[in-house]
Design a protein around this ligand. Structure first.
Ligand code: NIG
Ligand code: FE
Length: 484
């Protein structure tokens, strides 16, 4: 079935398929006004503008040049023959939708799913978005949302002055989560993680990476990855799994670290691959965790299995994570609370093969430096942002909140933050041909926004959900009330 969405005041992210943006290009919004979108089987088959002459389809070349031509599809006006009863019904639906009080917001369709009266003629089921703005679904490229329990007691300890490292050295931190996860039932982990996914969908996330790493034993790592596999098949959004057995050294291997790496390489990795439980591998390469040499051992083995790398690096110091990640073609190096010009130069030389991903929620919650993304962007890098949603360092579900932190604390502009959570984040998962922009051939993942100028209101209205409806693969998968 063809579904058309029309009466879109502004469509953001109208970039060529495969786009990611570096440096100053992150300020440039690709926008269509008075737009429409046609979707077949979850994929965008046409988008463009709708004016008095009808539909004009829009295409952009790889060089970024856009052009219009007459559409082959009939306009909604010619195919929707609304009776008075239909109109009354629509008004009732639209009246129930909240508006932000401070702005002249156009009425938003509660996806006013009005059937075309001439469906057989047009074969398009047109949905009137009532003048709302839309933007691509958000991409969260770094999370740890499968966990057994929160760690707010550590949060309280940190308020009183303890550091993340001190808490970890005393058996708290990741090991605290591992202790609880090992005894948790798989079904319970699935239920709890499902609630987190639903919340994230309401806040606009349509692509989600999830890591293991709280198991730290063969059985428990596999248990986590099976939960992620179940989330993949139970949710209508795009989910990717990352094997993070090398997240910390478990207590029982404290004095024999190389033996734990042997366990990862000999027992965990082959099973993870055999059961097709992971799309990538990750290593926490940092002070007190895995050294660059140990990281390299793991990455070499993963390469043999064809698993691409994503690295946790430079959270606690300049510890070589970028060097080893870039050397092994990691798709991203994440954290980077510490990042010198030398590391920036290494990123630059990859030409976007390795994406720097910043996690401002972690800096905020741990009271550590924020990644120098202003400098990175001025240096010409394609910066991405993610939540790092986890029970210890970043209990943050919303990429909108992350954008707010990035703007206020890291001096990123709202336009830059927008690209950092859409097309650049997609690139960090090598999904930029599928998600992160709105172009023909890409997944129809888009957000119906609550206000006008929505790229700018996302980081501005801190803690207020700017997403009214979340669509993924052309279907509405979540809606929100204000502040939900
Ligand atoms: O990305 N830094 C390492 N891993 C996670 C934190 C995990 C935890 O504290 O539970 C992170 O911040
Ligand atoms: Fe993380």
């Amino acid at each position: 079935m063809k579904t058309g969405f029309y009466n879109i005041s502004v469509l953001y992210g109208a970039s060529p398929r495969g786009t990611f943006k570096s440096g100053s290009a992150m300020m440039q919004l690709d926008v269509l006004e008075n737009a429409y979108l046609i979707v077949v089987d979850g994929t965008i088959v046409e988008l463009g503008t709708l004016d008095s002459e009808g539909l004009k389809s829009y295409t952009v070349s790889q060089s970024g040049e856009g052009s219009f031509k007459q559409s082959q599809f009939p306009s909604p006006e010619s195919t929707i023959n609304k009776s008075e009863a239909d109109l009354k019904k629509d008004v009732e639906i639209f009246q129930s939708i909240e508006k932000t009080s401070s702005e002249k917001t156009p009425l938003k369709a509660e996806a006013g799913e009005m059937e075309s009266k001439n469906l057989e003629l047009s074969e398009i089921h047109w949905i009137d978005l009532q003048g709302a703005e839309i933007m691509p679904g958000l991409v969260d490229s770094h999370t740890h949302i499968v966990f057994a329990a929160p760690r707010h007691e550590e949060f309280a300890l940190r308020i009183q002055g303890a550091t993340y490292e001190e808490i970890a050295a005393a058996g708290g931190g990741i090991l605290n989560s591992a202790k609880k996860l090992r005894i948790a039932l798989e079904d319970q982990l699935f239920e709890d993680a499902s609630a987190r996914v639903k919340l994230m969908m309401q806040w606009g996330t349509t692509t989600l990476e999830i890591k293991s790493g709280y198991g730290l034993s063969v059985d428990s790592e596999l248990k986590m990855l099976r939960v992620i596999k179940r989330l993949k098949s139970n949710f209508p959004i795009h989910i990717k799994a990352t094997f993070l057995g090398a997240h910390a050294f478990p207590m029982e291997f404290k004095e024999r670290r190389e033996d734990y790496i042997d366990l990862i390489l000999r027992d965990m990795l082959p099973q993870v691959v055999a059961e097709e439980l992971a799309d990538h591998i990750d290593v926490f390469c940092d002070e007190g965790f895995f050294t660059p040499e140990q990281t390299e051992r793991i990455l070499i083995k993963a390469e043999q299995y064809g698993l691409p790398a994503k690295i946790h690096g430079n959270e606690l110091g300049l510890t070589g994570g970028v060097q080893v990640g870039v050397k092994h073609g990691a798709w991203s190096v994440d954290h980077l609370e510490h990042c010198s010009e030398l590391e920036m130069e290494l990123f630059k030389q990859t030409n976007g093969a390795t994406i720097p991903v910043a996690l401002p929620g972690t800096s905020y919650f741990l009271g550590i430096p924020f990644a120098p993304t202003r400098k990175m962007i001025d240096f010409g890098l394609p910066v991405a942002l993610a939540t790092d949603f986890n029970p210890g360092s970043s209990p943050v579900a919303s990429l909108q909140t992350v954008c707010a932190l990035a703007c206020t604390q890291m001096k990123m502009m709202p336009q830059e933050a927008f690209h950092a959570v859409t097309c650049n984040a997609a690139r960090a998962l090598r999904m930029e041909n599928e998600v992160g922009s709105l172009a023909v051939g890409m997944s129809a993942d888009f957000l119906v926004m609550r206000s006008t100028d929505s790229v700018k209101t996302i980081p501005y209205y801190l803690g207020q959900n700017q997403v009214l409806h979340t669509y993924c693969k052309g279907r509405r998968v979540a809606s929100s009330a204000l502040n939900s």
